[in-house]
Design a protein around this ligand. Structure first.
Ligand SMILES: Cc1cc2nc3c(=O)[nH]c(=O)nc-3n(C[C@H](O)[C@H](O)[C@H](O)COP(=O)(O)OP(=O)(O)OC[C@H]3O[C@@H](n4cnc5c(N)ncnc54)[C@H](O)[C@@H]3O)c2cc1C
Length: 371
């Protein structure tokens, strides 16, 4: 993106020494790359024993997110994955177009593709990523901070960055009374279909959303000509656990989506040709309520740990990447750590809370469909 500002400059002041980045998802690696580019040492600690290659579904990265990824030098790599989307089209579930929004654009990509790009760059820059390091606690001193992990090991640094997702451990260490994520009342189911769209939709330049009477449907033509990518948000009052999701076969999940969209077009046609093996279920469509304390002393939050805006915003990954870059900018550009963390929250809180408020309204509409 031409709007990207590079942060590959040495800091004028040094607000922190080594950063211990907790969480090797998306926000953590982007934060580590941005810090490294700003001359601040970073090390990433991930709870899972191995890299999460291949895990996760598809998300949209909006122009602000693409700009943030470009700011850490990933413009070309990101442009080579996924598919460009030039506009959003809102339809009624009978196929009629209600409105076109060219301002909603970006790239749809598999989470695993972006994850792989980030992992490659971390390796190339020599930024260490430690696996099987689940943060359980910290010891704070005036001169530094020690992170404690479930395997009994520790790491010393000057700042702990909580990029540890919606169930963040760092958030609870900053403020034991901090709120947790809230279930949106929706589950997500998505996959691939061999159905070929026709007319202007066939080019794959637009992403289409249709609120049906009983569920919400999103879809877009794949530019490689292999068919259509789709997802559905289905109202479900109680949040299923991952174990409950696994207990239901892909065939049965697909049958549920087909039943919910039986009267909707083109959902019915897309789902009739859906590839059962590609079906993925996401029970954790969640939103983070406003988090009162984004930081305390030598700990700070970034990404979903502090502002998961729900999938209805189309902004989860984009806000996470933007916040990660902004945090590094503030750490590199402010006179001391307290000023840097205050400047970071001041810059990001209004932006992310506005996006979350808009998404909450959309979630409410989707969740009340057909109930
Ligand atoms: C497996 C997975 C699949 C996803 N799939 C989709 C999707 O299909 N569509 C979509 O829109 N969004 C998806 N998301 C969410 C999306 O990736 C995030 O909203 C966005 O990228 C922000 O990323 P994040 O790095 O803040 O959080 P996350 O991507 O959730 O990353 C947090 C990381 O922190 C690690 N972690 C958690 N606790 C600890 C701890 N105590 N110590 C150390 N590490 C810890 C987690 O294992 C994880 O790797 C997915 C997230 C995950 C983890």
């Amino acid at each position: 993106m031409s709007t990207a500002r590079t942060i590959r400059t040495a800091p004028t002041t040094r607000t922190t020494g080594k950063a211990l980045v907790i969480g090797g998802g998306i926000a953590g690696p982007v934060a580590a790359l941005a810090l490294h580019g700003a001359g601040i040492e970073a090390e990433v600690f991930e709870a899972y024993p191995t890299a999460a290659g291949g895990i996760g579904g598809t998300f949209m990265t909006a122009p602000n997110g693409l700009a943030a990824l470009a700011a850490v030098g990933l413009e070309a790599e990101v442009a080579a994955i996924g598919q460009r989307i030039d506009r959003m089209v809102i339809e009624d579930a009978g196929n009629g177009v209600l409105g076109e929004f060219p301002e909603v654009s970006g790239r749809v990509m598999r989470r695993a593709e972006l994850y792989a790009v980030l992992q490659r760059r971390l390796r190339r820059e020599g930024i260490p990523v430690r696996y099987a390091k689940r943060l359980t606690g910290v010891e704070e001193r005036t001169t530094g901070i020690t992170a404690r992990f479930a395997d009994g090991t520790t790491a010393d640094g000057d700042l702990v960055i909580g990029a540890d997702g919606t169930r963040s451990a760092v958030r609870g260490l900053i403020d034991p009374a901090a709120p947790g994520p809230r279930y949106t009342g929706l589950i997500g189911i998505g996959g691939h279909s061999a159905h070929r769209l026709d007319g202007p939709r066939a080019a794959g330049e637009s992403i289409h959303f249709a609120q049906g009477p009983r569920a919400f449907f999103g879809y877009w033509a794949l530019r490689d000509g292999t068919g259509t990518a789709w997802f559905s948000n289905i109202p479900r009052p109680g949040q299923p656990t991952p174990e409950q999701v696994r207990a239901v076969s892909r065939e049965d999940w697909l049958a549920l989506v087909r039943e919910r969209h039986a009267e909707d077009l083109p959902a019915r046609e897309v789902l009739a040709a859906a590839d059962e093996a590609s079906v993925e279920v996401f029970p954790r469509l969640e939103i983070m309520p406003s988090v009162p304390h984004w930081y305390r002393d030598r700990m700070v939050l970034v990404g979903d740990s502090v502002h998961a805006p729900s999938n209805s915003s189309g902004q989860g990954v984009s806000l996470a990447a933007e916040s990660a870059v902004e945090l590094a900018r503030c750490l590199a550009g402010q006179p001391d750590l307290a000023s840097a963390l205050a400047a970071y929250e001041g810059a990001r809180r209004p932006v992310v809370e506005e996006v979350a408020a808009r998404a909450a309204v959309v979630n409410g509409r989707k969740a009340s469909a057909g109930v």
